[in-house]
Design a protein around this ligand. Sequence first.
Ligand code: FES
Length: 112
Amino acid sequence: MPIVLFLPHKIILPTGAKLQANKGETILNVALRNNIKLEHACEQSCACSTCHCIIRKGFASVLGWSEKEEDILDKAWGLESESRLSCQAIIGDVDIEVEIPLYNLNYTTEKY
Ligand code: FES
């Protein structure tokens, strides 16, 4: 079973988490199954970008990429070349490392 290492996020996950995933599961599902409150405002329909994450290790192994995801990702705060929507990012055979961006479209800088 692949491992998903969530890097620390100062609000959602201060100490980070190392979690077992099932091949074929999305990154968002791994988070939610383990009570990590990753935002998902459109309920995983690839329409909001609030579930944006950055895959720091194992990016090439993560499946499920589509043009629709690319369009929605363009709205994400802090977009990087290894950004994905966690609701669309399907885990393969490889362990991955995931960063949850500090902000998303539902947060303003005043909250932090
Ligand atoms: Fe809205 Fe992923 S939950 S795009």
